[in-house]
Design a protein around this ligand. Structure first.
Ligand SMILES: [Zn+2]
Length: 83
């Protein structure tokens, strides 16, 4: 077989990480994550219900999605503790 021309290569735009995430407390996508890399912490806050958590141990490799995951864990841990 000869050279096969590649069919149109679909360019996928780079997966964009959203700036806002769903809030576990109110269910609205209003979570904002601010990473303070110089101070090694991140703050997570919901613009709707106002819940906020500060997460420490941020490394230069920590992605917002990791922080979001930690925030969710932290949220549910707190919920359990209160019940
Ligand atoms: Zn909320």
């Amino acid at each position: 077989m000869g050279r096969r021309r590649r069919q149109k290569v679909r360019r996928r735009p780079q997966k964009r990480i959203p700036d806002v995430y769903d809030c576990p407390a109110c269910g609205i996508a209003a979570i904002q994550i601010v990473i303070h890399r110089d101070k090694s912490f991140a703050s997570v806050k919901c613009g709707n219900c106002g819940i906020s958590v500060v997460l420490e141990d941020i490394t230069p490799l920590t992605e917002p999605v990791d922080i979001y995951g930690d925030f969710i864990d932290e949220y549910y841990r707190t919920q359990k503790a209160e019940v």
